[in-house]
Write a protein that binds this ligand. Structure first.
Ligand SMILES: [Ca+2]
Ligand SMILES: [Ca+2]
Length: 362
């Protein structure tokens, strides 16, 4: 399996070797805040500007790295300490994914038409397939996307598509650690009907539409994809910025040529790694490297305008390389998952189930 430093493990030492900055990666089972800080350091190191050409510049830039990391850490910390949502409980372990094929869960989404089914996929290095698990993390089966390749899959979404009355899976092949690819692709395929109580083995789902995107201003790395269930517009959020950018591709998206995304908003923080829209289209959640926030959309409002409003920090449980978040099928709670073998699946339900804000019309 291909492994790039920016995708795998946790950087614990970095040092100049020859004219290039090399990475020495060590795996650790610790799941601590300091560890996440190191992950953040790795995220910053992954940025192309830290590809160095001399030991002297290496030292200078490492100093800059530390300086740059401090406000980032402070920002994340302040988010965590701020007016965190009291709507959701502190979270619990819903289960542990025991299947060995799911070794780097890079994206997760809850099926709307198959309540109790979650779709997950691996990061770069896997074939074009998604896995179905249930809300306990138990494996249900594998769906191979026929005729599709996987370069660096980073997020998955579900929602309507060409047939507004059917549900589609959207898979974002949008990872671009070094911002070098001329385009990125979102694959769209009809979602199969799955029974959350019945394992189904392996099935092929096809045909898949390929939707190619470019960014204004050149390539970008992104790990966040979601679809507006009310309009079928696609959204991709850039990752490697202090204020992640929100890009939109209105429906209908072309499947015959590249479409340039349009930047429509920015987040109040950066390094977005996952996101989702509630089934009723009224709420958006986005996860950062070690924080997450939720935005409310007022009725009739374009989804992207919600990002101009107040955001509510959400509780998270630290996860190793945690970069998956999704609403549950009702939109009253959310799941998170991280990139490690046998990852824990965490669920954050309503703090007060009787007062749960439902997806039903208010
Ligand atoms: Ca990746
Ligand atoms: Ca991801």
């Amino acid at each position: 399996m291909q492994q790039s430093p920016s995708d795998k493990g946790t950087v614990s030492h970095c040092f100049p070797a020859g004219n290039r900055l090399r990475y020495h990666v060590e795996e650790t089972e610790q799941e601590t805040r300091p560890q996440e800080g190191m992950n953040m350091a790795q995220e910053i190191l992954d940025r192309p500007s830290y590809t160095l050409d001399s030991p002297e510049r290496t030292i200078r830039n490492l100093v800059s790295l530390v300086v740059a990391a401090v406000p980032l850490l402070s920002l994340a910390s302040s988010c965590a300490r701020g007016a965190q949502s009291d709507e959701f409980g502190p979270g619990r372990l819903a289960g542990v994914v025991q299947n060995d094929q799911i070794r780097e869960a890079s994206g997760i989404v809850a099926s709307r038409q198959n309540p109790g089914v979650l779709w997950v996929h691996n990061d770069s290095g896997d074939s074009a397939r998604v896995f179905a698990i249930n809300e306990k993390g138990e494996f249900l089966g594998t769906c191979v996307l026929g005729g599709v390749t996987a370069r660096d899959w980073e997020d998955i979404a579900v929602g309507p598509g060409p047939d507004p009355n059917r549900q589609y899976l959207y898979v974002g092949d949008i990872g671009d650690n070094l911002a070098r690819y001329p385009d990125v692709t979102v694959y769209r395929v009809l979602e199969p009907k799955i029974d959350p109580a019945t394992p189904f083995g392996v099935m092929t789902i096809e045909p898949a539409d390929a939707i190619w995107f470019t960014y204004p201003g050149g390539p970008r790395d992104a790990e966040t994809l979601f679809v507006d269930p009310l309009t079928r517009d696609l959204y991709i959020l850039s990752k490697r910025e202090f204020f992640s950018k929100v890009y939109q591709a209105p429906y209908p998206q072309s499947t015959t040529g590249r479409t340039e995304l349009k930047q429509v908003a920015s987040l109040p923080w950066g390094f977005a790694v996952a996101g989702d829209v509630s089934p009723d289209g009224r709420r958006v959640i986005v996860r950062g490297v070690f924080n997450a926030s939720m935005w409310d959309r007022t009725p009739g409002q374009p989804l992207w305008k919600a990002f101009a409003g107040r955001h509510t920090p959400l509780p998270l449980i630290p996860e190793k390389q945690g970069e998956g978040i999704c609403f549950d099928a009702k939109g009253t709670g959310y799941f998170t998952i991280g990139e490690r073998e046998h990852p824990p699946l965490h669920f954050f339900g309503p703090a007060d189930p009787n007062a749960a804000r439902s997806s039903a019309p208010r």
